[in-house]
Design a protein around this ligand. Structure first.
Ligand code: SAM
Length: 266
């Protein structure tokens, strides 16, 4: 199905204003992803479907459309430098300095959960028996409710584990009869999934030791990205870290200090 210029730009503005995502150069992707949503909703005209979702602004219909438009590609131990950094620098620093043993980590665009579960595995390996003395729960948020549902389910196809070291696969996954892999309960229990739109005001009980926001800011324009990084800064503990994707850049004017590629510190 094809979308007209007028409806396409109406949609582009709506998604940018509400979710920060810039779809202006993604017309083919929009047509491809929304055609099946339109058919499923009983429309054979894409313009009519999009206009009705935008006009009536009904939460369920908007959520379905946004779920279709997000790009959720993710896999275990993606960008392994961050996990090495956690093991070698971040967790030793935490163990030495966090007196109340409440480790605060936020995976801020977690998709279907590979990122927060990878972090939970690294934490489990690092602390071993000592983990009992810590609260190591990870907050994992995304706007896509389908991705969050998959994250809670914690069942993955083998291709998502390709980059996961074999000892992690053996230790932290249970192979299922259909060839998929389920994250074991000990790790699953460490991650709490919530819907959160990164454009919204961040409210938090305690500031974070680590905010991990990888491979989502590439979809945002510079202004949106810079404003988000500043909001992250406000809720990072002094001495705490921000991870971004290795393909993403953070403005030189940020108040975070540069540590190494894709790692920043307050
Ligand atoms: C490519 S995935 C990245 C997943 C993971 N961080 C990684 O690096 O593998 C990008 C995720 O960002 C989410 N996203 C996009 N815009 C968002 C927003 N405004 N608020 C929260 N999540 C958003 C998408 O739903 C998608 O799941």
């Amino acid at each position: 199905m094809k979308i007209s210029d007028a409806v396409f730009y109406h949609l582009v503005d709506f998604i940018h204003d509400n979710y920060g995502i810039n779809l202006s150069k993604k017309r083919i992707l929009v047509e491809g992803r929304l055609s099946s949503a339109a058919s499923a909703a009983g429309y054979d005209d894409l313009d009519e479907y999009v206009e009705s979702v935008l006009l009536y602004d009904q939460q369920d219909a908007v959520t379905t459309m946004v779920n279709r438009l997000t790009t959720n590609h993710t896999f275990f131990m993606r960008e392994p430098d961050h996990f090495e950094f956690m093991k070698r620098v971040f967790l030793p620093y935490i163990e030495k300095n966090v007196r109340d043993h409440d480790l605060r980590i936020w995976s801020a665009a977690c998709s279907s959960g590979a990122e927060p579960y990878s972090m939970a595995m690294v934490i489990d390996e690092y602390f071993g028996e000592r983990k009992k003395e810590w609260d190591t729960t990870i907050l994992a948020t995304d706007i896509d409710t389908d991705a969050l549902r998959s994250g809670k389910r914690a069942v993955y196809t083998p291709d998502m584990l390709n980059t996961c070291p074999q000892n992690y696969v053996d230790e932290y996954f249970e192979p299922l009869p259909d060839g998929t892999y389920k994250v074991i309960d000990r790790i699953r229990d460490q991650v709490v999934f919530r819907r959160f739109n990164l454009m919204d005001k961040i409210t938090y009980k305690k500031p974070f030791d680590l905010i991990c926001c990888r491979n989502v800011m590439i979809y945002f324009d510079t202004e949106t990205k810079d404003a988000l990084v500043e909001r992250f800064y406000e809720c990072t503990k002094p001495g705490g870290f921000l991870f971004v994707g290795h393909a993403e850049n953070v403005s030189r004017s940020t108040r975070y200090n540069y540590v190494k590629p894709a790692v920043f510190r307050k």
